[in-house]
Design a protein around this ligand. Structure first.
Ligand code: NDP
Length: 512
């Protein structure tokens, strides 16, 4: 069981608690405190006091702590996976792939790459006549205190995962996990303490939405992952504070299957990437468009795959493929989307119901005869459902894929990768995979972020760490005249000589 000492240390104002339950069994695991605005203020004070020492350790010193944490995870896989499974009801495999595998990899990645991404950059000055000969440098300085607010679907990967580059850059971090999955974050705090992270550089603030709002009041930069609705509120609050804010929000990821696709791979992938983590993945395949010639066979193969999936409370590794619905209200959203589709003429090929308790489950569901009047094709379902639509050709698929307020990810499946890339470039999404899905998230050097209502900014890659820094531009004059020609006093001769010089430099090139 994760300790809550880190959270409650010195916090005296916590009036209420939240019960943490196992969604697969309905059993209560423990309770955690709801931290107040006063608690957050105190935590921020401690975090700010601790930050300069952490920054002074330098990249190598910080990398050593991150590598120790990577080793800690490798030595404690069951501890990490079991706590995620206990508070999400997901399968051990879902917890292993992302919460454990991704996070463990990310600790090593940022330990290795932070110094390179944040190294000083020298810029040429010869192409700026007035700055010629000066030394121009970009420096990336840590922002100070970062507030990370996370969702419940991947309580480590999507919460602590975003803290790692923030820490590697030399910041202090306060993480506010979802109220339904706080224990995994508390375990990460325990891990970082054991690995030698200086006290208060990383703290976890358990609580509800109000705790998240209070955190924004205290920090210099906000990294938020969650729904588009809450993302808008977070951005409004950050605007009031005038602090930078990065948003990773919802998605309605389309899958386009062309007639020349490897049908078995596409069908296996459709079943997996729509149902893994019980469909509670921001980059889940949420809708599928299939070219007419292969539609019937594709639907048959996907349905066969989905029919074989085992669902229930995980009893260990390899026992079920589809776990629980983590967040109580989500069950009704999924049911509502299926109900709405059926009322408007869709057919359920398999699934289509929630299962009676104990625990919260929705059956893996395949829908056909769907169209864009239905919620299941327009709104984020975030559950184990796959609506499949027949299209005449890839052009129609592209038009329908882009007919969405979201633009997080998309995938194209074809035997012709050149054509696949051409289709990918027409899709309005922050990331597009050809003959793959979701695996771009594992490519930590590749930026990941949403277009349209799916977000602002990116995680991973250079910007995934530079966003946690303040850019400082340095101009150093080494060889100095007593007086620059444009300085006081102004004289007609010098003014006109400068004008002639600018004409000489640009006269022949400009105005084409
Ligand atoms: P929510 O938007 O409901 O909550 C996200 C976090 O914000 C929670 O910690 C929540 O606290 C907190 N919060 C709620 N209100 C406020 C507020 N006013 N100010 C600050 N923080 C607040 O999202 P979910 O937890 O339901 O997560 C599911 C969503 O996350 C889906 O839409 C999914 O697509 C998206 N997501 C996006 C990803 C991406 O990379 N683009 C990745 C993973 C998920 P509390 O839970 O205590 O209410």
């Amino acid at each position: 069981m994760a300790s809550v000492e880190q959270t409650t240390a010195g916090c005296t104002d916590s009036a209420t608690t939240i019960a943490v339950e196992n969604p697969a069994t309905g059993e209560q695991i423990t309770t955690v405190p709801v931290l107040s605005a006063a608690d957050l203020e105190a935590m921020a004070g401690r975090a700010r006091a601790a930050q300069p020492g952490w920054e002074e350790l330098g990249f190598d010193g910080r990398a050593r702590v991150l590598r120790r944490a990577q080793k800690w995870m490798l030595d404690n896989p069951d501890r990490v996976i079991d706590i995620v499974v206990s508070e999400t009801g997901k399968t051990h495999e879902d917890a292993q792939l992302a919460d454990f595998g991704y996070t463990m990899t990310a600790l090593g990645f940022w330990a290795k790459e932070a110094a390179g991404y944040l190294a000083d950059e020298r810029l040429p000055s010869w192409n700026n006549p007035l700055a010629a000969g000066k030394k121009l440098t970009i420096r990336y300085a840590p922002v100070g205190l970062i507030g990370v607010i996370g969702p419940w679907n991947y309580p480590i990967a999507n919460s602590f995962g975003d803290c790692i580059p923030a820490l590697a850059a030399g910041n202090s971090v306060i993480l506010k996990p979802s109220e339904v999955t706080p224990l995994s974050s508390l375990l990460m705090a325990e891990m970082m303490r054991e690995c030698g992270l200086p006290e208060y550089v990383f703290q976890v603030a358990t609580g509800d939405g109000a705790t998240g709002a209070a955190l924004i009041e205290q920090v210099d930069c906000v990294m938020f992952t969650g729904s588009t609705k809450t993302g808008r509120a977070v951005m409004r609050a950050a605007a009031e504070k005038l602090v930078p804010c990065y948003l990773e929000l919802g998605g309605k990821d389309p899958m386009i299957v062309c007639a020349d696709a490897n049908l078995d791979r596409a069908a296996n992938a459709a079943a997996f990437y729509s149902m893994n983590n019980a469909g509670q993945v921001c980059i889940s395949i949420e809708r599928c468009y299939v070219e007419s010639p292969i539609y019937d066979e594709f639907v048959r193969k996907v349905t066969d795959n989905v029919l074989k999936l085992r669902q229930g409370a995980p009893q260990g590794v390899g026992t079920v493929e589809v776990g629980a619905v983590i967040f109580p209200p989500q069950l009704e959203i999924v049911a509502d989307h299926v109900r709405d589709a059926v009322e408007k003429g869709a057919k359920v090929l398999t699934g289509g119901h929630s299962r009676p308790g104990p625990g919260r489950f929705y059956e893996p569901t395949v829908l056909v005869d769907v169209d864009h009047s239905m919620k299941c094709m327009q709104e984020e379902t975030f559950g184990p459902t796959l609506p499949i639509m027949r299209v005449a050709d890839a052009d129609e698929a592209v038009r329908l894929a882009n007919d969405s307020e979201y633009g997080l990810q998309a995938s194209v499946w074809t035997g012709d990768v050149k054509r696949g890339e051409a289709i990918a470039r027409r899709l309005q999404a922050g990331s597009v995979c050809v003959n793959d899905a979701q695996m771009n998230y594992a490519a930590l050097n590749l930026p990941m972020g949403g277009w349209k209502a799916s977000g602002m900014g990116t995680r991973h890659g250079a910007n995934g760490i530079r966003k946690y820094t303040k850019v400082q531009s340095l101009l150093i004059t080494r060889y100095a005249l007593k007086r620059e020609p444009f300085m006081f006093p102004y004289r007609p001769g010098r003014t006109l000589a400068l004008r002639r010089m600018l004409k000489l430099l640009y006269g022949r090139r400009s105005g084409d």
